[in-house]
Design a protein around this ligand. Sequence first.
Ligand code: FAD
Length: 285
Amino acid sequence: MAEQARTATRRTTKFLKPVTRELVRARVLASERISPSFVRVTVGGERLSSIAPMGFDHWFRMLFPETGQSELHLPTAADDQWWPQLQAMPDDIRPLLRNYTIRRYRPAGAGRFGDTAEIDIDFASHGDLGPASVWADTVRPGEELGLLDEGIIYQPFPDARWQLLVGDESALPALAGILDSMEFGRPVEVFVEVADPDDVTAQELRTGPGVRVHPVVRSDPDLRPDTAVTEAVRAAVLPDEPGYVFLAGESGLVTGVRRHLVRERGLPKSSVSFTGYWNYGAAAY
Ligand SMILES: Cc1cc2nc3c(=O)[nH]c(=O)nc-3n(C[C@H](O)[C@H](O)[C@H](O)COP(=O)(O)OP(=O)(O)OC[C@H]3O[C@@H](n4cnc5c(N)ncnc54)[C@H](O)[C@@H]3O)c2cc1C
C-alpha cells in the first residue's frame, strides 16, 4: 500500500508530498481513552477517500473550531493559497490549526463505525494546556474538523544498514506508523519517552527481526521531555555502518539528540531527519 502511494507523490527538500490534495471536511465518529496519556479520535467522511494513505509518519494539518465557534469555516484552497485564506478570515470564524499523524487509515467499506473511510488520530493529552488537547479530551461524535494532507517526512536512504527512531509521546503515533509500514530485516532501535509505560503498550507496536523498542519512562510526568531519552540514546550501542535516524518530538529533545549524534558520534547531518513537533512552553501557532 505504502509503495503504491509513494508512486503518486512528489519529493520536496524535506517532505514527500501528495501530488493532489483537497481540504477535507470530516466528522468525529468516536473517541476513546486508550491509555493514561492518549485519546484516540476516529473521524470519517465521504471525502476522506481523497487522501491516499502513504503509511509511515503520514501527517496532516488539522483545522478545528475554537471554543465558542458554533460552525467550522474552512479555506476553500488546498494549494499555496490555503494559508493566506486562513489568515484573511475574521477572528471570530477562523478555525484553529495544529498538526497530527494518521495513526490508522481504513478505506471506505472497511470502517469500524460506518461506510466511509476512517482515520484514527491519537492525541497525547496534556490537559487544558492547549486547545487541541482540550478538543480531543472533550469532542463528541458529529463535531466537524478539516484535514489537509501533508505527506511523509520519514525518508531513509536505501543503503541504510540500520535505523534509529527517537521521539516522545507526540511522536509515538508516527513511530508506530513507521514500524507498521517498514520492511524488517536490518537493525531498528526505537527510543520513545513517555510518562507511562501503558502508553507504549496501547500502541501495539509492530515488531520483527532486528527491532528493539526501548520505552523510556520519565521519572516526573511534568518534566520537560528530553533528558531521559537523550541519556538513553547516549548509552546506546549503534552499528559502525551507515544508518538513518528519524527524530521527532519536543524541539529541545530533537535538537539535543541530533547534536549528540552529529557532533559526538560523527553521523552525517544528511542521515538524520529531525522535526520539532512542539515547543515546551509555547503554542504551536
Ligand atoms: C508532523 C507532526 C505530527 C504530529 N503528530 C502528532 C500526533 O499524532 N499526536 C500528538 O499528540 N501530537 C502530534 N504532534 C504534536 C502536536 O501538533 C503538538 O503537540 C501541538 O502543539 C498540540 O497543540 P495544542 O493546541 O494542544 O497545544 P499548543 O496550543 O500548541 O500549546 C499549548 C501549551 O501546551 C504545550 N504542549 C503542546 N504539545 C504538547 C505535548 N505533546 N505534550 C505536553 N505539552 C504540550 C506547549 O508547550 C504549550 O505550553 C505532531 C506535530 C507535527 C509537527
